[in-house]
Design a protein around this ligand. Structure first.
Ligand SMILES: [Zn+2]
Ligand SMILES: [Zn+2]
Length: 335
């Protein structure tokens, strides 16, 4: 099968013909239709995350169809079913985290496109228990960005509890998806873009945000919570200063530059800082339940599999106008 392979971090992916895996016990073999590109893929390719599997096929927002089912695989899928394969690829089910509904924190977890091979390829094998059925109303391109930007964004959003005035720093894919849900649920969104990014602010306003400005500005009202999707540590104290007492800052990214020091008085007043790690299957199911009801819309820009390096390069330099989605099978529009 064709695959884009990372031999070593900080090198372009190589187009290779690699051997197709066989589904082991409990696994599905999936023929991939599309795979959306996530910021985490950039962190992996750029060597910012420790110990990836090497060589590695990146990609963890995979949409495809079941081609073959391994022995004793979960009966919720049959051959031909459309499936979504997310970041969380496997957990031991047995550690203190898994046993307390926190499988996202499992010490032995395996991650698609990071510690196991992912979706920049024609086929992938995946543990059936971690795959999702996808809502019918989305096609293979539109649904792909929901699988990480959507699901992890949703977990970050849920961490903000019942915050009414919600700030979002870094107004990219995850922010745009979560904003649609938050507004649907009656929240007010304050969008923070790169300073001076008037186009980004304008497009945030078009989504219905209450306010949009640069991350160097203060919002017109104090916020009940803020989510940071940009990998920029300096935004943590900036967001803290925008919070009302009792508010929290949720860091939604897997990687962030160092957080500069700040006076304790800015944390005082029961303000809190936390991070969100990975996702649980339940987050994914809840998100895929609410997304079509809103309905959450995605904006995408498509690239053939062979142009994965171009997609990553344009993501890195901030030139994409939507989520990059790699087209892999011949009929990406088929349901
Ligand atoms: Zn575990
Ligand atoms: Zn991701």
């Amino acid at each position: 099968m064709r695959a884009m392979v990372l031999d070593k971090p900080r090198q372009p992916l190589q187009l290779r013909d690699v051997e197709k895996s066989r589904p082991a016990k409990g696994q599905l073999l999936v023929r991939i239709a599309t795979c959306a590109v996530c910021r985490t893929d950039l962190h992996v390719v750029d060597g910012e995350l420790p110990d990836p599997k090497l060589p590695l096929i990146p990609g963890h927002q995979i949409v495809g169809r079941v081609e073959e089912i391994g022995e004793e695989a979960n009966s919720k899928f049959k051959v031909g079913d459309r499936v979504g394969i997310p970041w969380l690829g496997w957990t031991d089910g047995d550690c203190v985290y898994c046993r307390s509904n926190r499988e996202n924190l499992c010490d032995r977890a395996k991650f698609t496109g990071y510690t196991i091979d992912g979706g920049y390829a024609e086929f992938v094998v995946a543990d059936a228990r971690f795959c999702f059925h996808l809502p019918e109303q989305y096609d293979d391109v539109d649904v792909a960005p929901l699988l990480c930007a959507g699901m992890l964004g949703y977990r970050s959003y849920r961490k903000t509890g019942d915050a009414h005035r919600l700030g979002i720093y870094g107004f990219g894919n995850a922010a745009r998806l979560i904003t649609q849900i938050a507004i649907y649920e009656g929240r007010e969104i304050f969008a923070f873009t790169r300073p001076g990014d008037k186009t980004g602010q304008e497009s945030a306003r078009k989504l219905g945000t209450a306010w949009a400005g640069g991350s160097d500005e203060m919002p017109p009202e104090k916020l009940d919570a803020a989510i940071i999707f940009a990998p920029v540590g300096a935004l943590v104290p900036a967001a803290l200063r925008a919070l009302a007492k009792g508010g929290s800052v949720v860091c939604g990214g897997i990687h962030m530059s160092d957080i500069p020091s700040f006076p304790y008085v800015e944390l005082w007043g029961e303000r809190a800082i936390c991070s969100v790690a990975n996702l649980t299957r339940r987050d994914g199911e809840e998100f895929l339940d609410i997304a079509p009801r809103v309905p959450v819309r995605t904006e995408t820009e498509t690239f053939p599999l062979e142009e994965a390096n171009t997609a990553l390069g344009r993501f890195r330099s901030g030139e994409l106008s939507g989520t990059a989605v790699l087209l892999i099978s011949d009929h990406p529009g088929d349901r």
